[in-house]
Design a protein around this ligand. Structure first.
Ligand SMILES: [Zn+2]
Length: 96
């Protein structure tokens, strides 16, 4: 069982959260065209390593969080608010 440090509730069990998707994709401009929207909706990378994701604290504060998780080890390096920019310093090191 992993623990996620919710900024509102503190450290909680992973079972209280649900994965909500890739936080690195951004919506294309309204005039970007069909191909850009198809890629936005359906195409996702499958990274091996650190990844920024959306997680929902379903059985807690019910807020959406931005989490930096390692896709192989499931280690969580950082947890932030949706507006936070989580920046990679180097492999395994993150900051807000
Ligand atoms: Zn919470």
């Amino acid at each position: 069982m992993h623990r996620i440090a919710c900024p509102y509730c503190g450290e909680r069990d992973e079972a209280e959260f649900r994965y909500r998707g890739d936080a690195t994709v951004s919506r294309p401009a309204a005039d970007a065209g069909e191909a850009a929207f198809l890629a936005y909706v359906y195409e996702r990378a499958n990274p091996r390593g650190w990844h920024v994701e959306w997680w929902h604290h379903v059985f807690g504060c019910r807020r959406v969080l931005k989490v930096v998780r390692h896709t192989l080890t499931h280690e969580i390096a950082a947890v932030g608010l949706p507006g936070d920019t989580l920046t990679a310093l180097d492999e395994g090191e993150w900051r807000r």
